[in-house]
Design a protein. Structure first.
Length: 189
């Protein structure tokens, strides 16, 4: 999906967040790129993350599954929203496809894009993702968002969380990115 199309999708989600019933309709009406495009983009994003963040690559070696969202677009003016699609890999196999949706309100204006990866460290976290009707990040399995400060203190022997998230490739005009409260739901391709 092109960045322009994703920007309009995020703006639509932002507008639709004022009318929650219309969000699901808007989401289905604007399905993203083909599964092949998403697979390629996710693989590329994961390799870029590994090149720029060695801790992510170390964690990946212990993860049982990796959820990759290569491009999330977020936009808002008082009401905001974000949307992107991703791939769940278990080992070398692609298992499922998911979308990442959030809505917010408050003092905000601008647009940005970013990607994020969630390393699922145990079967319980994978099962929760697969069996829930949408995983709201911050609820359910313990999630650690890894920033530079957290990364300095992580090693393969200190990994205790169910899931570790890395945000990368931030571009745009909004001040910060938070994935807490984001809902991840399975989509079918």
């Amino acid at each position: 999906m092109t960045n322009t199309r994703q920007m309009f999708l995020a703006l639509g989600l932002a507008a639709a967040s004022a009318f929650p019933a219309s969000v699901a309709t808007f989401d289905r009406a604007h399905a993203a790129a083909t599964s092949q495009d998403l697979n390629r983009d996710a693989a590329h994003a994961l390799q870029m993350l590994y090149r720029t963040n060695p801790v992510a690559e170390q964690i990946s070696r212990q993860a049982q599954a990796v959820l990759v969202f290569p491009n999330i677009v977020k936009a808002g003016f008082v009401f905001g929203g974000s949307y992107g699609e991703g791939v769940l890999n278990e080992g070398p196999r692609i298992r499922n496809y998911y979308n990442s949706v959030s809505a917010s309100w408050g003092f905000q204006a601008g647009a940005q894009s970013y990607g994020y990866v969630v390393f699922l460290m145990n079967r319980g976290a994978i099962d929760y993702l697969n069996e829930s009707h949408g995983w709201e990040l911050g609820v359910g399995p313990t999630l650690v968002v890894v920033n530079e400060g957290v990364a300095k203190n992580l090693s393969t022997s200190t990994l205790k969380g169910d899931a570790y998230a890395f945000i990368f490739n931030q571009e745009g005009l909004m001040a910060s990115v938070s994935i807490e409260g984001t809902k991840i739901s399975r989509i079918y391709r």
